[in-house]
Design a protein around this ligand. Structure first.
Ligand code: ZN
Ligand code: FE
Length: 287
């Protein structure tokens, strides 16, 4: 079974705008059996009013609120159209926004029955002046978060502590079961040449706790290859070292290309295959 569990569409304001149907056709050509379409949910209006930093980082963060029904209808239509070639799951990449849990629960309750599969991710953290994006640009990561917390690693530790809160959060019965790009806070790591950016001792402890709760709750982890192709990252989310822990703890992980453009479909799948063979080796040595 070849599955892509994390992909985007033309409904994403920071995507390429290419038609999702082309993505699906590419996935079929690449031999995928299953394909989850997980567009960013619209961000709450109050959140957008309150968040700080470049407005582009905020307004392009999620799909337009008026597009949700159209999005779901189109994805359902394509799911039917291609059902003999590929199993399409329709859903969202839901943003975890601390303090907006009730809004998120309402959104999930409204559309939950139409959702097959979804992801829960952390793209915003509290920083200078309010919420700031952690994945928009290295300059914004620096100005909004590193400056606020005092160092790259302090911003990183805040990320993992909120991520832990996200995994533990009660978002109702439609809470996504897969946790998105665990180490997204490392996206701009090599931009910060003058300071330590490796996972701190505190972060490693938080990651350990996160993985235990993911396992305990029966959640899955997004093994997201997008970071491999980012200029200042160069590694998967989670990184290879963290993946050793994931495998050791027996946490389930699902490949995610995080495709925002047609050329992204299937990217880095070989590194997922590599991790899967490690997993089966571990299994053998234990058995
Ligand atoms: Zn995105
Ligand atoms: Fe994401």
């Amino acid at each position: 079974m070849k599955k892509d569990g994390h992909t985007h569409t033309e409904f994403c304001p920071h995507g390429s705008g290419e038609d999702v149907e082309q993505f699906i056709q590419r996935a079929i050509a690449l031999g995928f059996d299953e394909y989850s379409i997980t567009e960013h949910n619209p961000l709450p209006k109050r959140f957008m009013d309150e968040a700080k930093g470049p407005s582009e980082a905020i307004v392009t963060g999620g799909m337009n609120v008026n597009d949700v029904e159209t999005y779901l209808q189109k994805m359902q239509r394509l799911k039917q159209k291609y059902k003999s070639d590929i199993k399409i799951n329709v859903g969202f990449e839901i943003d975890y926004l601390p303090g907006f849990e009730n809004w998120t629960i309402d959104f999930l309750n409204e559309y939950g029955k139409l959702i097959d599969d979804s992801i829960l991710s952390l793209h915003f953290q509290n920083g200078v002046g309010g919420f700031r994006s952690n994945d928009f640009s290295p300059e914004e990561f620096d100005a909004g978060l590193v400056q606020h917390y005092g160092s790259f690693q302090k911003a990183q530790e805040n990320y993992f502590s909120v991520y832990l809160q996200m995994v533990e959060s009660d978002l109702g019965s439609y809470k996504p079961k897969r946790m998105g790009h665990l180490t997204l806070c490392q996206k701009f790591q090599t931009y910060f040449e003058k300071e330590a950016t490796n996972l701190s001792h505190t972060s490693l402890i938080l990651i350990d706790n996160i993985l235990d709760i993911v396992k305990e709750k029966g959640y899955e982890l997004d093994f997201n290859t997008a970071g491999l192709f980012k200029k200042y990252c160069g590694e998967t989310y989670p990184s290879s070292h963290v993946m050793d822990k994931v495998i050791e703890k027996g946490v389930t992980f699902v490949y995610g290309s995080d495709s925002h453009s047609l050329k992204d479909v299937g990217r880095g799948y070989d590194s997922f295959v590599g991790k899967c063979s490690r997993k089966s080796l571990t299994g053998t040595s234990r058995g």
